[in-house]
Structure formats: structure tokens, C-alpha cells
Write a protein that binds this ligand. Structure first.
Ligand code: 13P
Ligand code: SF4
Length: 382
């Protein structure tokens, strides 16, 4: 994790009302030189200052489109800011208001591990392997994937990207078959990989979970050889908090709840849900639903609470009875946003996120392969 220096007392001690006023003033001074992007999991206090909000895919596209802005202040987590730096021009600078806003899932696939595992996988495969990485990964891992003829994916377009990766596989091949096509190494989220492959019609037996800390991933060479999907042993600690019991409890209630979850949830939870998709998909589905409908949502709490407040004609609640919040997203707050913007006004760029040229080149290849595959679609709508 990167270290964030403590903020000067003029930020730490200020009230929220004061900070909001100062942020407004700084934004006004900076005008079009700055664009603020906000992921849906950000707190309301931060989201109110975002020029654009979105899921990971939409924010990557928006970052690439901001050709006029000199500074892109990314209210999200580290890998998102890296993606923005990869996709924007060299004269643009990307800023993450708090450097400790990382992603524990992205940290579960370190480039050294990926590079060590790759030759083992290639040796024990009868088919070529296409590596796919969820955008929730470091720029190094994205570059690895780009170099090895793979691509990135987000939760909005994972189906499309997996189909692309398996290219060459015949329809009759949708079992344990190995008659042509490619295998897929899916990094770093085993759940998104499993949920997506299953939604495409692949059985669970065609997938193995690869633990990079064990010989042969803890599955053995035969299982590796037979598998069509090698799922990296990574997960989101927030979405793993949603459980089958919670789905059953919602179903037992008298109100006719719809269950809608993010595909970072486990396969068992996704199977019990009515709808599965990215944050953008969740927002669109609930927003467009008829008034009076009931929604239990399996994703980060700030987004669920915002939907509950902004859609009072619907009954919106979290699927879990507990606080499922992303503690790293939460690190971006009014103080850090104010500090980053006021430094820009003073001509100082703080917390710039940069990716070196070689890594940038290959990770851009992986991201652009993904962005060329449109349209975005949910993992599954059952
Ligand atoms: P999306 O916004 O792409 O659905 O991803 C959710 C997430 O966990 C981001 O880290
Ligand atoms: Fe990472 Fe999960 Fe937080 Fe998303 S919600 S940033 S995947 S830890």
C-alpha cells in the first residue's frame, strides 16, 4: 500500500461545511483545467463534487474522453487512477486524493506471482491460454496480459471479453471438451470469472481455482490440464460478505423483494439473485423499475444508501443486515479532495499517479482491446 502523508492541520481540523465551501472555490478557480471523476462507491459528500460518476468501465471511457482537462482528480481507488493515466495523454495528470485508497482484490495478484505461474500453466496446457484481467488489477498485471495477447474486462463487459478470449471454441465444446479454442486464465477475481463463464453456459467442472502460493496452484497438473478456465484465487472482501442465508431470509419475507447483486459476489449468491450486474447495471435496473417495487441489493453500502435516498418511490435495502462498505474507497473524503484541489490552485500537483512508458504501452493494449469490444452488458439477468 502507498503511504499517504498526514494532511496539514488546516484540513484535518476543518468542519465539513467549511471544506465544501473551499472545494467549491477551488473548483471555480481551476475551471475546465480539472475534471473530477467519482466511482459509485464514493461517499455522498465526495460524489456531489464529481463532474462524472460511473462504474469502472464508464469511468475508463470518460477518462479517455477528457482531452481538454489538464488534471483528472480520480475519486476512486488506485487501479482506476492508473487506468486513467494509461488512457489519457502525456500532458494530462491524474491525481488520487488519498494514496491509501487501494483495492485488496487487486493486491491479490502480484506481477511476480503472475510471471512465476504463467510458464507452469503453459507447460500443462494442451490449448493456448488467453489471460484476462479484471480492471481491478495493477498496471503491471494489465501489461502482462496485453503482452500475452489478452485483454482487460470490467463487470460490465466480462461476458463479451470471455467470449472473445475463447474465440475459436466450437459450440459443441461447452463441457470439459478441448477441441480447439483457447483456455482462459482469469485474474484476479475468481467470482467474476466463475459467474461469467457459468452465465455463458460453461459448467463449474470446467473451472479450477489456482492458488499461486501452492505447487500447481493446489489443484495438480491433471486438473490444470483438463480445465478450460483457470480462476486466480482472488476475491473482493466486501462482496464476499453477502451470503446465501441473507438471500433466503429476504425470500422468506412477505414483501416481493427482487434480489440484485454484483458479480463479485459468490456463485451461490448470484444463483439465488434475480439480477446480476455491474454497479451501473444495478443503478439502471432499480431506477427503471416500477414504483412500489422491492429491491435487496448486494453491493457496497454507499451506493445502496444513495439509491434508497434518491429513489423514494421504491423500497431499497441492502441484502446484508450489516455494513458492507469498501474501507479503501471510503478513504477519499472532503479533506483529501480539498487538499488535492487547493494544491492544484497553488500550482502544486500532489498524489500524482503515473505508470511508466513500457507498462503504459502494454496495459493500454489490454485496455484498448477491451474498449473495442462493445456494447457493455451485465453478467447475467436471470
Ligand atoms: P464496477 O463499478 O465496475 O461494477 O466495479 C465495482 C468495484 O468493485 C469497483 O472496484
Ligand atoms: Fe476492491 Fe472490493 Fe473495494 Fe471494489 S469493493 S475497490 S473490488 S475491495
Amino acid at each position: 500500500m502507498l503511504l499517504q502523508p498526514p494532511l496539514p492541520p488546516e484540513y484535518a481540523d476543518r468542519t465539513d461545511a467549511e471544506l465544501r465551501e473551499r472545494i467549491r472555490a477551488a473548483r471555480q478557480k481551476l475551471g475546465r483545467r480539472v475534471v473530477v471523476l467519482g466511482h459509485h462507491y464514493q461517499q455522498d459528500d465526495v460524489i456531489q463534487f464529481a463532474d462524472f460518476t460511473g462504474d469502472s468501465l464508464k469511468l475508463s471511457q470518460l477518462a479517455a474522453e477528457q482531452t481538454q482537462a489538464e488534471y483528472i482528480v480520480f475519486c476512486g481507488v488506485h487501479f482506476m487512477a492508473e487506468s486513467a493515466d494509461i488512457l489519457t495523454s502525456d500532458r494530462q495528470q491524474v491525481i488520487l486524493p488519498d494514496l491509501t485508497a487501494g483495492c485488496s482484490m487487486a493486491d491479490m495478484a502480484h506481477i511476480d506471482q503472475v510471471e512465476a505461474v504463467w510458464p507452469v500453466l503453459e507447460k500443462h496446457s494442451d490449448l493456448p491460454i488467453t489471460p484476462i484481467t479484471y480492471v481491478n488489477s495493477s498496471a503491471d498485471v494489465k501489461a502482462f496480459v496485453g503482452r500475452h495477447d489478452g485483454a482487460c474486462c470490467t463487470s460490465s463487459n466480462a461476458k463479451l471479453v470471455l467470449e472473445w478470449a475463447l474465440q475459436g471454441a466450437a459450440a459443441a465444446d461447452h463441457s470439459l471438451g478441448r477441441a480447439g479454442g483457447h483456455k482462459v486464465l482469469f485474474l484476479p477475481d475468481q467470482h467474476l470469472g466463475r459467474n461469467t463463464a457459468y452465465a455463458l453456459g460453461w459448467p463449474l467442472e470446467s473451472m479450477v481455482v489456482y492458488n499461486p502460493n501452492q505447487p500447481f496452484g493446489g489443484v495438480g497438473p491433471e486438473a490444470l490440464h483438463a480445465a478450460r478456465f483457470i480462476l486466480w484465487k482472488g476475491h473482493c472482501s466486501v462482496h464476499q460478505l453477502f451470503k446465501v442465508d441473507q438471500c433466503d431470509a429476504i425470500r422468506a419475507r412477505p414483501e416481493p423483494y427482487n434480489i440484485i447483486v454484483h458479480p463479485e459476489c459468490t456463485w451461490e449468491v448470484c444463483q439465488r439473485a434475480d439480477y446480476v450486474g455491474s454497479t451501473e447495471y444495478i443503478i439502471k435496473t432499480v431506477r427503471e423499475a416500477p414504483a412500489g417495487t422491492y429491491w435487496a441489493i448486494g453491493t457496497e453500502l454507499h451506493l445502496v444508501n444513495r439509491l434508497a435516498t434518491t429513489l423514494p418511490d421504491k423500497h431499497v435495502r441492502s441484502l446484508a443486515g450489516m455494513q458492507c462498505l469498501c474501507s479503501t474507497m471510503y478513504r477519499i473524503d472532503l479533506k483529501h479532495l480539498c487538499w488535492a484541489l487547493e494544491n492544484l490552485v497553488a500550482g502544486r500537483v500532489v498524489n500524482r499517479i503515473t505508470v511508466d512508458d513500457e507498462t503504459k504501452h502494454w496495459s493500454r493494449v489490454a485496455l484498448e482491446r477491451m474498449l473495442a469490444l462493445r456494447p457493455a452488458q451485465p453478467v447475467s439477468a436471470r
